[in-house]
Design a protein around this ligand. Structure first.
Ligand SMILES: Cc1ncc(COP(=O)(O)O)c(C=O)c1O
Length: 356
């Protein structure tokens, strides 16, 4: 495989952001993107100027949602190298999403070698402060221009990069979560485990409801009983009750298998905590908040890393968790995760892939 790099003229380069403080999340993009096309096989990737796509208005991705994506980050380590966190997990999940959406499996070389080369070229865009990073968005679209619900034969794979600060404007501070007791995200047999656009499109309405109620994200309950807690809009969720860490199991196929989730479970067990992958009912959670046996709650995801949850709004009530403070287990796991990602502490699990 050859990676073709289209040179950019000086005037084609964008002005860099002025300060890392107000980057926000996913708002600006770097100068270049990686592109590869599929038709009976993948074309050699090209790294070219970041620019709008030209798509047939009847493209299957636009009409019927045949689209998948990933979310991962490049961190600038203290030694100046580029750190990726368990990137093989993202490729694995991208392939699982592709299989669910009848899309071709990405070639590992295009994804990995292409991403590495793109990152080398765009290294100057990686913010250096802790909590900031270069968000990576690999995407695949079915691009045949044809009406009628059927899978595309031609696909576009691309990777774009976005220098980003904290996912939540408040940073590492407790957020408020709205429990959706009517609308659902994913049902067994659906596409919940895949990172496909439709899952997120379907969540927009409830996201608006949550915002109106002063909440930052939605907590989804299971589709059948509307009883068991599954995950948050862009995060998996953990509860600590009587010093045991709980998170929803993945077997139902309705929850995204978060890379952060899996890493935190591993780290927590390694630190000696008991972790139960168990479906908890919302009633039990509310009762445990009331009787103060539920001491901590946090969301986990690449974008937010760990987001402590300070309150849950369920039906008409707001239930405050641990006086809206950051609990010790959340803080310990956050420090360890961030420490590994930014190369501040050693990486005992060999999770970091360094690009020089
Ligand atoms: C629905 C959903 N759940 C969980 C996660 C967390 O996954 P990860 O830790 O791999 O970022 C995400 C983020 O991508 C998500 O969109």
């Amino acid at each position: 495989m050859e990676i073709k790099v289209v040179p950019l003229a000086k005037e084609e380069l964008k002005p860099k952001y002025e300060s890392e403080e107000n980057l926000g999340f996913g708002q600006i993009f770097t100068d270049r993107m990686l592109v590869s096309h599929y038709h009976e096989g993948w074309s050699d990737p090209i790294i070219q100027k970041y620019e709008p796509l030209v798509l047939d208005p009847a493209a299957i991705c636009l009409q019927y949602g045949q689209s998948i994506f990933e979310g991962q980050k490049a961190y600038l380590s203290r030694s100046g190298s580029i750190n990726l966190f368990r990137p093989n997990k993202n490729v694995e999940r991208f392939k699982a999403s592709a299989a669910r959406m009848v899309m071709p499996s990405i070639d590992d070389n295009i994804y990995f070698e292409g991403l590495k080369e793109l990152l080398r070229l765009e290294k100057d865009w990686i913010p250096s402060s802790i909590g900031s990073s270069l968000y990576i968005r690999p995407t695949m679209l079915g691009i045949d221009g044809r009406l009628g619900v059927q899978p595309s034969k031609k696909f576009l794979f691309y990777i774009i990069l976005s220098p980003s600060g904290s996912f939540f404007p408040e940073g590492f501070k407790p957020v408020k979560i709205y429990v959706s007791d009517f609308w659902i995200r994913a049902a067994p047999g659906g596409t919940g485990f895949a990172k496909t656009g439709g899952n997120y499109g379907a969540s927009l309405l409830v996201g608006e409801e949550a915002t109106k109620k002063g909440c930052d994200q939605v907590l989804w309950l299971d589709a059948i009983h509307k009883k068991y807690v599954e995950e948050v809009g862009a995060m998996n969720i953990f509860f600590i009750i009587d010093d045991v860490i709980y998170t929803a199991p993945l077997q139902s196929g309705t929850i995204l298998a978060g890379v952060t989730r899996e890493s935190l479970i591993y780290m927590a067990k390694d630190l000696g905590y008991k972790v139960n992958e168990e479906a908890l009912s919302i009633e039990r959670i509310i009762n445990c908040i009331k009787n103060k046996t539920l001491t901590e709650c946090f969301g986990s995801g690449t974008a937010a890393s760990i987001a402590p949850v300070g309150a849950l709004t369920y039906k008409t009530e707001e239930y405050v968790i641990d006086n809206f403070e950051i609990g010790p287990i959340s803080q310990t796991l956050y420090d360890k995760l961030i420490g590994i990602q930014y190369g501040l502490i050693s990486d005992p699990y060999n999770w970091i892939v360094t690009i020089n």
